[in-house]
Design a protein around this ligand. Structure first.
Ligand code: C2E
Ligand code: CA
Ligand code: CA
Ligand code: CA
Length: 278
């Protein structure tokens, strides 16, 4: 209704909307990109607040299409999920991330890579085998791979998803809950899922350096997570003042534009540049 009379919009599981025509075009172009290989991975460093220098990154998918230009993942991932392309794209991400992890390892500067896994992928029951196969193909040990998951109403078979997460953990792969505090992840998930880390969503980090209320809330979350044996990562850190507050609150890891924007593997800041932020 907000878009005007007589218009139809398509609602994704994540709440974004796009006109039907754009959806159809995205679907067609995505299909081509999956076949022809139109994707790249960028990597964003995670700053370990306890040690100096960070050697962990999150893999973030990038798609540049000849016709559509650069399309952000927030727009094309929901489309890929809705037309069953997410499995293939997810497999490509596994292989590409493991190839990069293997290359860094071989070069003598191993970095841990966190890979985003869609709830639809989790529900399909093949994730564990596919990820382990990609790791084996590139000789990547489990301690260099982590998986980030979000809750979704799209997980129809939640017990099966939990089983897969448990298998990942048994294989030595870290499992992290993404976007904590948004509608997609809740305290119930913290309690019920086999997790290593909670990533507190950017929206809770935005004002921690200007609002004592917000800082106290994040501090409370950190304490709960720690009491439950979980590590905490703060997302979306854009200012040094936020980093300072997070240190005081005992947060384990920080990620955000202030530390580094996502970049191609060759453009990532080195350990020394990151250590300077300590
Ligand atoms: P996410 O997993 O929560 O990733 C963090 C997003 O926040 C990234 O957006 C990153 O570029 C952005 N970001 C990081 N630091 C800052 C900051 O300081 N300020 C601001 N404003 N933004 C920051 P991006 O790359 O556009 O990815 C959006 C979402 O798309 C991701 O959110 C994730 O849910 C999804 N996604 C990305 N890559 C993949 C993938 O390979 N597979 C799946 N299934 N989903 C992916
Ligand atoms: Ca993530
Ligand atoms: Ca996130
Ligand atoms: Ca997000």
């Amino acid at each position: 209704k907000r878009a005007g009379k007589g218009r139809v919009v398509w609602l994704s599981a994540r709440g974004e909307t796009a006109p039907v025509a754009r959806q159809a075009q995205l679907r067609r172009r995505l299909q081509l990109a999956v076949a022809a290989g139109g994707f790249r991975l960028h990597y964003q460093p995670l700053l370990d607040l306890a040690t100096d220098g960070s050697l962990a990154v999150e893999a973030l998918l990038r798609w540049h299409d000849e016709v559509l230009g650069s399309v952000p993942p927030s727009e094309f991932i929901p489309v890929a999920e809705s037309v069953n392309l997410i499995q293939q794209i997810g497999r490509w991400v596994f292989n590409e991330a493991c190839a990069q992890a293997g290359a860094w390892l071989e070069a003598g500067s191993p970095r841990t890579i966190s890979i985003n896994v869609s709830p639809i992928q989790l529900a399909a029951n093949k994730v564990v085998g596919e990820l382990l196969a990609a790791m084996a193909a590139h000789r990547v040990p489990a301690e260099l791979i982590r998986v980030e998951i979000t809750e979704s109403s799209a997980i129809a078979d939640f017990p099966r998803a939990i089983k897969q997460l448990a298998q990942l953990r048994e294989a030595g792969i870290g499992v992290d809950l993404d976007d904590f505090g948004t509608g997609y992840s809740s305290v119930g998930m913290l309690r019920d899922l086999p997790l290593n880390t909670v990533k507190i969503d950017k929206s809770f980090i935005d004002n921690i350096d200007t609002s004592e209320r917000e800082a106290a809330f994040v501090g409370g979350l950190i304490n709960i997570a720690h009491a439950w044996g979980l590590k905490v990562t703060a997302e979306g850190v854009e200012r040094p003042e936020q980093l300072e507050v997070l240190r005081e609150l005992g947060c384990d890891t920080a990620q955000g534009y202030y530390i580094s924007r996502p970049a191609s593997a060759s453009d990532l800041p080195g350990a020394q540049a990151l250590a300077a932020l300590q």
